[in-house]
Design a binder for this molecule. Sequence first.
Ligand SMILES: Nc1nc2c(c(=O)[nH]1)N[C@H]1C(S)=C(S)[C@@H](COP(=O)(O)O)O[C@H]1N2
Ligand SMILES: [Mo]
Length: 571
Amino acid sequence: MPPYDPLAAKLSEADDRVLLSHWLPPQAGIVPLLRIGNRWFSTLWAVPIGFAALILAIAAAQSLRDLPEVQQFLLHHPGIAQAAPAVKSGFPWWLRLQHFLNMLFMMFIIRAGIQILADHPRLYWQRDCTPGADWFRFQKPVPTGRVWTAKDDSVTIPAWLGIPGLRHSIGLARWWHFSVNMLWTFNGVAFYALIFSTDQWHRIVPTTWEVFPSAVSTAIQYASLNFPVDQGWTRYNALQQIFYFVTVFVAAPLSIATGLLQSPAISNRLGWTGRVLNRQVARSIHFLSFLWFVMFILAHGIMVFVTSLRENTNHMFAGVENASWSGILPFLLAMGVVIAAWAAASPLTLRHARAVQHTGKFMVGWFKGLAEWWDPRSQLNEADISPYFWPNGTMPASPEFDALVAGDFVDYRLRVDGLVEQPLEFSLADLRAMPRQEQITTHFCIQGWSGVAKWGGVPMSHILDLVKPTDAARYAVFYSLADGGEGGRYYDVHEMRNMRHALTILAYEMNGKAVGVLHGAPLRLRCENELGFKMVKWIAAIEFVNDFAHLGAGQGGYNEDHEFYGYRMPI
Ligand SMILES: Nc1nc2c(c(=O)[nH]1)N[C@H]1C(S)=C(S)[C@@H](COP(=O)(O)O)O[C@H]1N2
Ligand SMILES: [Mo]
């Protein structure tokens, strides 16, 4: 057991399920808005505009088909590139199984992804997240004249759409998103391997330039509501081929890459790439890729129904090419499984939140943890400093803290103890007299926003040299002077490796000035390869421990206990 710690005694227990009475109250978002120039437009305009465009396209295609040149063109290019090889292996069992798994996984991925987006319901094309510079939002403009944290900004998503639907449930949504992403990626890699080791790849990889005129031809035929001949058993038409190709070979890898690029460890490590494809650009592209998938799923789903549901389900759910009804039952069964999983996901997640956290940790925790081995870097300079830096978290609200502020923190003491050879206490003046390090880095909040600031403070490695943690010390616990949102002290646990990173500092300066109360005065942690919530603000004490199971609810930090986050969060 570590030495008795009065701070640890003030840590709170946490529930293993989500209790609505303890959670942030719901807050509705608004109809998604798109900014064009200086004006915001409702995305609902897409409905009448899309409808008008559809009608116009049908009218145009039908008039085009009256032209002799176009009729000639359609004869020449019936829609299936005839030079393309035919697939002779039909729809093998593995293809059908993978198609079903893909459908099931996508349902979880998309819903959890929407939930994650709702935690910071704004998108930007530049690294910093200045209010008003967003290009897409489903939240009101950022209020002025009051403190408005990123948590305040999060919105509720209906539980049938998001997983689990509650406001600021990103911790749980991320476990779903990442775990199922991993399964989906395994499925995708197996799919790549199998289609290229058989003739199935001919379905979706164009091998002749004729695919382009053929696609135009198919588009005209579909738009004129006179559908092209279907030879789906052996060959997809050119338009299908292009859409499938883009989905499988462009959108899917792009989603994975832009997902990973939003991680602090990966983005920081990539230097130049991380600068250009910064987190906000990656997040915006990730969103556009998601829109592509939604568009594809809608179009694909509609086409399955309007171009002979019987034949299509016979192919993809029974693997036969005949006039039977054998595909319908397995199709309905598959849809039943997806719908049942859909209905169960949110209620199950709220009731068994801790199990979702632990299952997610088991499935993807090891992979995320790997990124901690990468030392973060910084290649940013003064010009990169963000004009606006979102505040976040629960502010200190105690007479003791107010007294510290009133006294300009002269009475502040940082206590460092636990499994160390030399427990010590430092005043702010002591800390300022130590070696000083300055760094310009990007902050990555789990909620999705980022910001660049210049931080000045004491390298954590210097503190380690002074107190000398013993061999038994495996973790550093940072206790805050402030409570967390549900009461009980805010704290967080770091592995020792994080404490020795060259960029891990106890910061007392932000952008050349003493750090303000909003951002963690008098002292806050900077640990650049982790997400923002691990960087405890208003640090009261640091304790070195061998294990953290006895602290709070034992998950490794306040948000880990109460919001079901992981304690290693470099991704
Ligand atoms: N004590 C304490 N520290 C905290 C928090 C908190 O709620 N309490 N929030 C964390 C989160 S979620 C983030 S993103 C950062 C925000 O730091 P900033 O306010 O300087 O942007 O602080 C972290 N440190
Ligand atoms: Mo955060």
